[in-house]
Design a binder for this molecule. Structure first.
Ligand SMILES: Cc1cc2nc3c(=O)[nH]c(=O)nc-3n(C[C@H](O)[C@H](O)[C@H](O)COP(=O)(O)OP(=O)(O)OC[C@H]3O[C@@H](n4cnc5c(N)ncnc54)[C@H](O)[C@@H]3O)c2cc1C
Length: 408
C-alpha cells in the first residue's frame, strides 16, 4: 500500500502535463463552440481516441495507480479544459464501471470495446439508473425486468431519465428491478445494445451548463435482451437475491455497507472534476485582476479583490486535498469511517459553484458575457452539486456515518 502523498511522482507529472496539453490545445479552444451547439463533440472525442485518452486502458491505468492520484489528476486536467467536452469524453466510463463492477470476464471482453469503438469510429455508452420518480431515492425505481425462462430472455419496461449519452450510445447499461420486494437490493444491471427493438431516446434536455454533454430520457418498451446481457449472470443474481431475502428477515447491514463503500470510492472523481472547473475559473480571474486597471492601478491592488482570490485558491487547494485523501483511501482499502468520499465531493462541488461565481464578479461586465469563459464555467459548475448524489444527499451520508443514526 502506498503512503499518502501530496506530490505527484515524475511519471504522474508527465501524464498530467500531457493531459494538460490536450486540455489546453484541443478541449479549451473548442469549448465555446460546443457549448453553443449543445451537441456531442464527436470530433474532439475522436481526437482524444487518437492520442489514447478515450479508452478503457487509459482510465484503468490511472485507476490502478497505487497512490490513488491517477484518476483525480486526470479528471482535474480534462475538466480544467472544459466540463461539457470532458464529460463527453469520460461519460462512457460510468457505464464501463457498471460492467467492470458487475459483469463476468466474458461480458467485460465483449461489451467494453463496443462502448468505446475505435479512433476511426468512436462510440459512447450510457449508464441509465435515474428515473422521473427515482432520483435521490434510487430505491423507488420502477423500471422492471422480468425473466422469460422459455426463451432465456429478459423483458425490460420503463423510462429512464437524465442519462448521459442516453439514446446515442452504442451500449446502454440499464438498472432495473428484478424483485420489487427487496428495494435497492432487488435491482440488477442489463446490457442493452444499440438498435434493440423497444429502446428509444425520449426527450433530449436543453441544459443550463455542460451543454456539450448529451443528456436524455431513455424509453424501454418491451425491450428483450438475451440472458447473457444480465451483468454477472443468472446464477449469481439468484444467489445474491437469496442472500438479500435472508438478510431482509434478519436486518441486513452488510449489503448496504458494500454499496455505500462503492459510492464513497467513486465520488472523489466527481470532486476532482469540480476542482478542475474551479481552478480554470480562478486562473482566468487571477490573470484578469493582474491586468485590468481601474483608478490607475490593477484591480488586484485592492484588498477587496485580492482577498477574494486568496480565498478562492485556498478553497480549491483544500478541495483537492480532500479529493486526494479520499482517492488514496479508496485504492488503499481504508474504511470511510467519516464518509470521506462524500465529504470530498460535497466540498469540491460547492467550492466550484462559489469560485466560478466569484470569478464572474472579478471580471465585472466582461465576466457576465460569453466573450470570456467564466460565465460558462459557472453554468457548468452547477452540475457538480446535483449529479452523483446532490449536496444534500452527501450531507445526509456524512451525518449518518458520523452519528450512526438514520437521520432523515
Ligand atoms: C446533466 C445530468 C447528467 C446526469 N447523468 C446521469 C446518468 O448518466 N445516469 C443516471 O442514472 N443519472 C444521471 N443524472 C441524474 C442525477 O444523478 C440526479 O439528477 C440526481 O441524483 C438528483 O435526482 P433528482 O434530479 O431526481 O432530484 P431529487 O432527488 O428530486 O432532489 C430534488 C431536491 O431535493 C433534495 N432532496 C431529496 N431528498 C432529500 C433528502 N432526503 N434530504 C434532503 N434533501 C433532499 C435534493 O438534494 C435536491 O436538492 C444526471 C443528472 C443531470 C442533471
Amino acid at each position: 500500500m502506498a503512503e499518502f502523498t501530496m506530490e505527484l511522482n515524475d511519471e504522474q507529472k508527465e501524464v498530467r502535463d500531457w493531459l494538460h496539453g490536450f486540455a489546453a490545445d484541443v478541449i479549451r479552444p473548442a469549448a465555446a463552440e460546443w457549448d453553443e451547439r449543445e451537441e456531442t463533440p464527436w470530433p474532439v472525442i475522436q481526437e482524444a481516441a487518437k492520442v489514447g485518452i478515450y479508452s478503457l486502458d487509459f482510465y484503468a491505468q490511472q485507476y490502478f495507480d497505487p497512490t490513488g492520484l491517477g484518476i483525480p489528476m486526470a479528471m482535474e486536467e480534462l475538466f480544467w479544459g472544459d466540463a461539457g467536452i470532458a464529460l463527453s469524453i469520460v461519460g462512457t466510463g460510468l457505464a464501463a464501471v457498471g460492467v467492470l463492477a458487475n459483469g463476468t470476464e466474458e461480458q467485460i471482453g465483449t461489451w467494453i470495446p463496443q462502448m468505446y469503438g475505435d479512433a476511426n469510429d468512436v462510440k459512447v455508452a450510457a449508464f441509465c439508473s435515474s428515473e422521473p420518480d427515482a432520483g435521490s431515492d434510487v430505491a423507488s425505481m420502477r423500471t422492471r425486468a422480468v425473466y422469460d425462462e422459455a426463451k432465456d430472455e429478459w423483458v425490460i419496461n420503463g423510462t429512464k431519465t437524465w442519462a448521459t449519452n442516453g439514446g446515442i450510445a452504442n451500449v446502454h447499461v440499464v438498472v432495473a428491478v428484478v424483485d420489487p420486494e427487496l428495494g435497492s437490493k432487488g435491482h440488477a444491471s442489463f446490457i442493452v445494445p444499440a438498435g434493440t427493438p423497444g429502446l428509444a431516446q425520449g426527450q433530449k434536455f436543453k441544459k443550463h451548463g455542460i451543454r456539450a454533454s448529451h443528456t436524455a430520457e431513455v424509453v424501454l418498451d418491451g425491450v428483450r435482451v438475451p440472458g447473457s446481457c444480465l451483468l454477472g449472470g443468472k446464477e449469481k443474481l439468484d444467489e445474491r437475491l437469496a442472500r438479500a431475502r435472508e438478510r431482509a428477515k434478519t436486518g441486513g447491514e452488510r449489503v448496504k455497507n458494500a454499496a455505500m463503500a462503492t459510492f464513497e470510492a467513486s465520488r472523489p472523481a466527481v470532486g476532482a472534476m469540480a476542482v478542475g472547473t474551479a481552478r480554470a475559473a480562478y486562473e482566468v480571474a487571477l490573470d484578469y485582476a493582474m491586468t485590468r486597471e481601474q483608478f490607475g492601478r490593477p484591480i488586484i491592488d485592492n484588498q477587496g479583490v485580492a482577498f477574494q482570490l486568496a480565498d478562492m485558491r485556498t478553497q480549491i487547494d483544500a478541495a483537492r486535498l480532500l479529493v486526494w485523501r479520499a482517492s488514496w483511501m479508496a485504492i488503499s482499502g481504508k474504511p470511510f469511517t467519516a464518509a470521506e468520499g462524500s465529504m470530498s465531493k460535497l466540498f469540491a462541488s460547492e467550492t466550484a459553484k462559489k469560485v466560478t461565481a466569484q470569478a464572474i464578479q472579478i471580471l465585472g461586465g466582461n465576466g457576465y458575457t460569453r466573450e470570456y469563459p467564466v460565465e460558462r464555467m459557472h453554468r457548468d459548475a452547477a452540475i457538480y452539486t446535483i449529479f452523483e448524489g446532490t449536496s444534500e444527499i452527501q450531507r445526509l451520508v456524512i451525518a449518518r456515518t458520523l452519528s450512526g443514526m438514520s437521520i432523515r
